[in-house]
Design a protein around this ligand. Structure first.
Ligand code: ADP
Ligand code: ASP
Ligand code: MG
Length: 429
């Protein structure tokens, strides 16, 4: 086996295949953490893979680590070094997937299916060098395609890649979805099936709202908004990549044999809902600067340094205080960035000039998403009314063409999701 990047066949791109090269489909199957949570579940995955092979398909598999394992590894790193070196973080957290790919290769061999495990650097899945949230730049797919054509099943470690200097990288939490879509594009797969612990994409998280409904088809655009607004059923970058490469993806259950959700182009959907889904993200924190002087350049003085410190600012509101010479500035950042954001602002307090800095991590962002909003007014109003009826105060609002987001107190998350789900007529009957 060639397992040195320098030995790899010529790089790049989507491998084209001619019609006489294969008749049946080429498929990438991805299984998430719960699906590979223990030895029995991995055996169940092996049966699902074998079923596709027996249908005459060429199959490559992408796996996550066992559920809970990546959290455990992240925690070990934090215990060792709270302000860790991201290169070593990647070395540690990438190990979870090494275990599952080896075990599945063994399980497949046991069933008489020819299989071989592959780590990111062996393929190679080439990424940039942004450790902890690297982007895939290229996949050297030729060797895998050759092996798939000969009936071997490559079992690929998701979530990991290799940087230009040959160090291991990881793709950000939930990143094995992205590994799967990128691999599917690189091998020219006809299908990319994302197997998980729910049987598709729902109108909202089915673990919170029991009346959530499964969506049969969702547009790339809506899925992208849902994912980036917190629906972790697919990693945002995976949807982005599928959209860019035109890769069809299906989200379905590892545990039940039934159709899942297809992510498709807008023109493949006949009936467009006004609102397709409701997402939430607890990973939010709010900062308010009280009585910032109201003069040109203040916003730049605040948000420039935050951006230099790699802090992403999401929602922003500015209110003029009574009297007119000062303004209150409220904005949100990711919870992980809160300490850095506060430190950055406090270091600048002399330049910016504000009276007080307040921060609050007990907030949640709830968003309604739907392409139907483009052509219908009143979506936001219905949201505000539904929240008001439950006595939920809205702290910040932001909108785009196909979504409305509000920031509310975290303790109302479930109440808000249920109320909105009903208000937009999404409840399962
Ligand atoms: P995996 O380990 O298979 O990648 P994840 O935990 O990353 O699984 O994603 C699946 C989970 O996403 C579900 O268990 C569900 O709680 C959550 N989820 C959040 N929003 C949605 C949604 N709109 N539809 C389906 N699942 C959702
Ligand atoms: N194991 C990684 C994580 O927990 C990647 C993934 O599951 O997609 O984030
Ligand atoms: Mg996931």
């Amino acid at each position: 086996m060639k397992n040195d990047i320098n030995d790899m066949p010529e790089p790049f791109g989507r491998v084209t295949h001619t019609a006489d090269e294969w008749v049946m489909a080429r498929i990438v199957q991805k299984f998430g953490g719960t699906s590979v949570g223990d030895v029995d579940r991995i055996k169940n995955v092996a049966l699902k893979v074998k079923a596709e092979v027996d249908r005459g398909n060429e199959v490559a598999v992408v796996l996550s680590a066992m559920s809970g394992e990546t959290n455990r590894l992240v925690d070990l790193v934090s215990q060792m070094a709270p302000l860790y070196d991201a290169r070593e973080y990647d070395v540690v957290v990438a190990t979870g997937e090494q275990v599952t790919v080896g075990l599945l290769a063994l399980a497949l061999q046991d069933l008489g299916v020819s299989a071989r495990s592959w780590l990111g650097w062996q393929i190679a899945i080439e990424t940039d060098d942004v450790h902890g949230k690297a982007r895939i730049e290229n996949i050297v797919a030729d060797e895998l395609v050759k092996r798939m054509a000969s009936g071997e099943v490559p079992v690929v470690a998701g979530f990991q890649g290799v940087a230009p200097n040959h160090r291991i990288t990881t793709l950000g939490r939930g990143g094995s979805d992205t590994s799967a879509v990128a691999l599917a594009a690189a091998v020219g797969a006809d299908r990319c099936d994302i197997y998980t612990d729910v049987d598709g994409v729902y109108t909202t998280d089915p673990r919170i709202v029991s009346k959530a409904r499964k969506i049969d088809r969702i547009t790339y655009e809506e899925m992208l908004e849902m994912a980036s607004l917190g629906a972790k059923v697919l990693q945002t970058r995976a949807v982005e990549m599928a959209m860019k490469t035109g890769q069809r993806i299906q989200v379905l259950s590892s545990f039940e044999d039934k159709p899942g959700t297809l992510v498709v182009d807008e023109d493949e959907i006949v009936e467009k809902e006004l609102v397709s889904g409701i997402a939430y993200s607890r990973d939010e924190a709010k900062i308010t600067l009280v009585r910032v002087s109201d003069k040109p350049g203040v916003a730049a003085a605040i948000f420039g340094p935050l951006s230099d410190a790699n802090v992403n600012v999401d929602m922003i509101v500015q209110n003029r205080s009574v009297g007119g010479d000062a303004t209150d500035m409220t904005f949100t950042v990711a919870q992980d960035d809160l300490d850095r954001a506060v430190e950055t602002i406090e270091n600048l307090s002399a330049d910016i000039g504000y009276e007080k800095l307040l921060s609050d991590a007990n907030v949640v962002k709830v968003s309604v998403v739907g392409v139907g909003m483009r052509s219908h007014a009143g979506v936001a109003q219905r949201m505000f009314a539904a929240l008001a009826e439950k006595g939920i105060n809205i702290q910040v609002i932001s909108t785009s063409e196909i979504k409305v987001s509000v920031l509310i107190d975290e303790e109302y998350t479930e109440l808000a999701l249920r109320a909105l789900h009903t208000a937009y007529g999404l409840d399962a009957t």
